[in-house]
Design a protein around this ligand. Structure first.
Ligand SMILES: [Zn+2]
Length: 204
């Protein structure tokens, strides 16, 4: 698979992506509903709805973010694959019962002898930029094709989640994407971070 430039998702990689999406959606659902989701039929019903909503909105944001890194890395001749972080997933689920979501499910690992600082920056910025684009897709859906569940336009969840994913990942803290973007180009880092920050904190 090295340097073939073809986009290929391995079977166990797909399984790990799927587990990560379910775990993040479950953690978000638990952070909203707590233990109550598991102690009654009504709770289980609410859990099912929350899981479906988060899988739809967070799932797409998470998968396309990671696949954007992978796609660009492969264009630079690298071998890249998603690797889940089991301890991170378990920590995330445990913390969700306290109402807090610490999303550290895993990352795309890049294997290459010669990736430049610029290439690494472009690979890194592809993830958050994907979330910004997705946020606007969800915004358009919210406006033109609203779907409501208990007074919430579900597409707005997709907008908020993707805006937040873009902003969070642009934080200049290693190993987050932002640290590699800043190391490459400060202007790009400021531009993407300001847009993501504006969307996250002002467009609500
Ligand atoms: Zn990323």
């Amino acid at each position: 698979m090295f340097g073939t430039n073809t986009f290929y998702i391995e079977k166990d990689e797909a399984v790990q992506i799927l587990i990560s999406v379910i775990a993040i959606s479950l953690a978000l659902a638990i952070s909203q509903g707590g233990f109550g989701l598991f102690t009654s039929f009504q709770g289980l019903k609410a859990l099912t709805i929350l899981l479906a909503l988060f899988t739809l909105t967070v799932g797409t944001g998470f998968i396309l973010h990671e696949m954007a890194h992978k796609l660009v890395a492969i264009q630079y001749g690298a071998y890249a694959r998603f690797q889940m972080w089991t301890q991170g997933l378990l920590l995330m689920l445990a913390l969700s019962f306290l109402g807090f979501v610490f999303a550290a499910p895993g990352a795309v690992y890049i294997y290459s002898q010669n990736i430049s600082r610029k290439e690494n920056g472009i690979i890194s910025v592809a993830g958050p930029v994907t979330n910004i684009v997705l946020a606007f897709v969800f915004m358009a859906l919210a406006v033109f094709a609203p779907v409501y569940t208990s007074n919430t336009n579900i597409w707005f969840i997709g907008f908020y989640v993707n805006s937040f994913l873009a902003f969070f990942n642009m934080l200049p803290i290693f190993p987050l994407d932002g640290s590699k973007v800043l190391a490459w180009n400060a202007v790009v880092w400021v531009a993407v971070t300001v847009v993501a920050g504006y969307m996250t904190f002002f467009l609500r």
